[in-house]
Design a protein around this ligand. Structure first.
Ligand SMILES: Nc1ncnc2c1ncn2[C@@H]1O[C@H](COP(=O)(O)OP(=O)(O)OP(=O)(O)O)[C@@H](O)[C@H]1O
Ligand SMILES: [Mg+2]
Length: 153
């Protein structure tokens, strides 16, 4: 399944992520593709909100992995940007991916070997405030998620 939504501003992107977050199951992993400033972290914020994460979500570029345990289930935010150069540091990312909570990955291509079972979202910048979001999956469980999500829109 693949479908496209247009977001007109940052709040709308967060709201879409919030609605998607409400349909996710424990162990789900979201792979967020998109260039610098596309809105990946904004999307991650909306998912965190749907899980009732209390902390402010910041871009984890300098941490690669940030873990939040204040919500209804663990929320793991990975930003693989710094692994671009193939620096395969072993910090146990495979422990959290498809694990006991929800994982959101920015720059998933840099850890592609760890991401076999994901819901993929491509964010494309159309202009200053407009983003094209393409949701796709070819896995049964994520197809169900996307169907429920569509019904909420
Ligand atoms: N429709 C929109 N959806 C999301 N962000 C938007 C939108 N319109 C404008 N923006 C702006 O684009 C920027 C997106 O920043 P964000 O940190 O989420 O990008 P990112 O994809 O995580 O980038 P990076 O690769 O550097 O981590 C924010 O400044 C936000 O206000
Ligand atoms: Mg970011």
């Amino acid at each position: 399944m693949e479908f496209v939504l247009i977001s007109q501003n940052e709040e709308e992107t967060q709201k879409l992520a919030f609605l998607l977050g409400k349909t996710l199951f424990k162990g789900a992993t979201i792979a967020l593709n998109g260039s610098l400033g596309a809105g990946k972290t904004q999307f991650a914020k909306g998912i965190a909100k749907s899980l009732d994460v209390k902390e402010e979500i910041s871009s984890p570029t300098f941490n690669i992995l940030k873990c939040y345990f204040s919500g209804s289930m663990p929320f793991y935010h990975i930003d693989a940007y710094r692994l671009e150069d193939g620096n395969n540091i072993d910090i146990g990312l495979e422990e959290v991916i498809n694990g006991d909570g929800i994982t959101v990955v920015e720059w998933p291509n840099f850890i592609a070997s760890l991401l076999e079972n994901v819901l993929k979202i491509d964010i494309e910048i159309l202009d200053d405030n407009t983003r094209k979001l393409t949701f796709s999956s070819n896995d049964k469980e994520y197809e169900k998620v996307l169907s429920s999500f569509k019904e909420e829109l």
